[in-house]
Design a binder for this molecule. Structure first.
Ligand code: IPD
Ligand code: CA
Ligand code: CA
Length: 305
């Protein structure tokens, strides 16, 4: 049997097994969420809870039993069999800050990469399978390379909106080195030019929402492969596009991601280009300017009485 045929046969098990594991992991997250958990700090405002660690351990055990030769790269430190042909990128709880505050927007994310033997560590293989599970809504997103994407078993497609002016977008802000992020400028500009920008606190779900046609696009600086691997395949298999901010092919270590329904990708890339060059920036009134205008308006109103 050739490698290709072996992969095709194997394909029949990756997603069903991973979705079973993601559902079990999600059920554990629901229990932790209901009972409430203590929060620790990994960085300034980078939170972690017992739920993140317990659920990564569970996924690690289950994947290890199901696919003993597959590697696992998890946010909470798992680095198993990193030399293998297959590697799961696992975020046991994407949206920890939401979770810790009782805000019900978070998920389990698992993306499978197939790597060619001899590849350098910083080279990307091919994303071949993806599962994201939202345990609070019981929504399961899956994709296999070349087989399309599904939401709770039904085929899922990106939206058909073709202009930024009619688009709903989402982004996120880093929990480390927040002061070094320029994203507030992009948030402002995209807000002015679209139907609005959501900031949901779960990058993996944002990507799943682009795939499901609930959002037209998502962007963020400095994400990690465990945040993005599964969501990228969902978006691509649902007919969308994922690149860096310059429109180049996305790489797992890109540190910048721009995902859309494909139809508004060029418009977004162009806006990023102009903004990075210092063009197209609408001024934001400073609080002081606003306060002055408010005082002026008040005194005009008083005179008019
Ligand atoms: C975070 C979420 C958030 C994004 C942060 C991520 P975590 O992941 O995806 O939406 O803005 O950059 O770190 O820490 O909750 O797994
Ligand atoms: Ca994450
Ligand atoms: Ca996480």
């Amino acid at each position: 049997m050739s490698g290709g045929e072996a992969a095709a046969v194997q394909n029949l098990v990756w997603v069903p097994k991973a979705q079973e594991i993601a559902r079990e992991a999600g059920a554990r997250l629901r229990e932790f969420f209901a009972q409430g958990v203590e929060t620790e700090y990994k960085g300034d405002v980078d939170l972690v809870t017992v739920a993140d660690r317990t659920v990564e351990k569970l996924i690690r055990e289950r994947l290890g039993e199901a696919f003993p030769e597959h590697g696992i790269y998890g946010e909470e430190g798992t680095r198993d069999r990193m030399e293998g042909e297959f590697r799961w990128y696992v975020d046991p709880l994407d949206g920890t800050t939401n979770f810790a505050h009782g805000f019900p927007q978070f998920c389990v994310s698992m993306g499978l990469e197939q790597r060619t033997p001899g590849m350098l560590p910083d080279e990307d293989g091919t994303l071949v399978a993806a599962v994201i599970y939202d345990p609070m809504r019981d929504e399961l997103y899956t994709a296999e390379r070349g087989q399309g994407a599904t939401l709770n078993g039904r085929p899922m497609k990106v939206s058909r909106i073709s202009h930024l002016a009619e688009a709903l977008l989402s982004t996120g802000f880093p929990s480390r080195k927040r002061h070094a992020s320029p994203n507030i400028h992009f948030y402002h500009e995209f807000t002015l030019r679209s139907h609005g920008v959501r900031r949901t606190g779960s990058a993996a779900l944002d990507l799943a929402y682009v795939a499901a046609g609930r959002l037209e696009a998502f962007w963020e600086f400095n994400l990690n492969p465990w945040d993005t691997a599964a969501g990228i395949l969902l978006v691509e298999e649902a007919g969308g596009k994922v690149t860096d901010f310059a429109g180049n092919p996305f790489r797992l270590d890109s540190r910048e991601i721009l995902a859309s329904n494909g139809l508004i990708q060029d418009e977004l890339v162009n806006l990023f280009k102009n903004m990075f060059a210092g063009r197209d920036l609408a001024p934001i009134p400073t609080p002081q300017e606003f306060a002055q205008r408010r005082t002026e308006n008040r005194s005009k109103a008083e005179k008019g009485r």
